[in-house]
Ligand binder design. Structure first.
Ligand SMILES: Cc1cc2nc3c(=O)[nH]c(=O)nc-3n(C[C@H](O)[C@H](O)[C@H](O)COP(=O)(O)OP(=O)(O)OC[C@H]3O[C@@H](n4cnc5c(N)ncnc54)[C@H](O)[C@@H]3O)c2cc1C
Length: 260
């Protein structure tokens, strides 16, 4: 399948949403042909070997080695056109990655080339009930999903954040319980799995949507499979792995998927 064309966008707005979540609005005429319902899909931000944003649409042809970083489209505004992207901050200095550093330090007007979009990632809204599990990297996609649920939806969402002040107001039907798990050291000693296991299994067939750190993902996959979840009703993905940059995480993820 042909790769979507790279597009040049610029930073239209930069804002610290909560202590550990940074929001950028990326705009540019090249976003005009995004599908209107692309929120929850993903983009690939492009950086060079020095960790600088790529600004040339021909970078690959020019021989530049490109590092990709995957982020969710939290919102798409076709009128501008622009996309909103929320970046989980993970420390400054060594623990920080090229994407989180760029999001923290970029200025309005700065340019970057992005790949994508990858398709929207919304659960089957006809399901009997819903179960969402994630951390700050998947909070944008979970928020997109929760906003689309029917008003009588039932189920649970269990979401890990780094600080109690990272809890965001979410637009959810009253039948969806939200549990916030606070973990100051994401990727280590998480209660996300235990708190998920405590939730009551409801009647009928759920749609289950899980994305988080790799080790937590593996535990949660075991848990949900023990309740009979299948490919039809379980989306489960690791969005990052403690100690690995995205390229290395991708390799581990591929090997794990082949073995699963
Ligand atoms: C489909 C998809 C959608 C995603 N959407 C989002 C999104 O909307 N927002 C978002 O913030 N992330 C999202 N992610 C996760 C994001 O791509 C990774 O966290 C990525 O590694 C961040 O790149 P980086 O350059 O900041 O860090 P990297 O250079 O990849 O890693 C540097 C170091 O930071 C660590 N690290 C990476 N992420 C985190 C983290 N969140 N917490 C603690 N340590 C971390 C790594 O383990 C490594 O040690 C998504 C991933 C996928 C697959």
């Amino acid at each position: 399948m042909a790769q979507p064309k790279p597009r040049l966008v610029y930073v239209a707005h930069s804002q610290r949403l909560t202590p550990n979540m940074h929001r950028l609005v990326l705009a540019g005429p090249e976003l005009a042909d995004y599908p209107n319902d692309i929120a929850s899909g993903y983009i690939k931000l492009m950086f060079n070997e020095a960790g600088q944003p790529i600004r040339s649409l021909n970078a690959k042809a020019e021989g530049t080695k490109i590092s990709l970083r995957t982020y969710t489209i939290r919102d798409y505004d076709p009128k501008v056109p622009s996309i909103t992207v929320d970046f989980a901050m993970h420390g400054e200095g060594q623990a920080e990655g090229i994407a989180s550093r760029w999001a923290r330090t970029c200025q309005v007007g700065d340019e970057i080339v992005i790949g994508g979009p990858g398709p929207a990632n919304i659960v089957d809204l006809e399901a009997d009930w819903f179960f969402f599990v994630g951390d700050m990297t998947s909070l944008p996609a979970i928020s997109c999903n929760l906003e689309q649920l029917p008003p009588d939806a039932q189920g649970h969402a269990v979401i890990e954040v780094t600080d109690v002040k990272d809890i965001q107001p979410l637009d959810v039907p009253t039948g969806i319980s939200i549990d916030w798990v606070v973990n100051a050291t994401p990727g280590h000693q998480s209660e996300l799995v235990e708190r998920t296991k405590e939730k009551t299994w409801l009647e009928g067939v759920p749609q289950i949507w899980v994305a988080c750190e790799f080790s937590n993902m593996r535990e949660l996959r075991k848990h949900f499979k023990s309740f009979g979840a299948t490919k039809q009703n379980l989306y489960i993905s690791s969005y990052w792995k403690a100690g690995l940059v995205e390229e290395a995480h991708k390799e581990v993820k591929r090997a794990d998927a082949e073995a699963a």
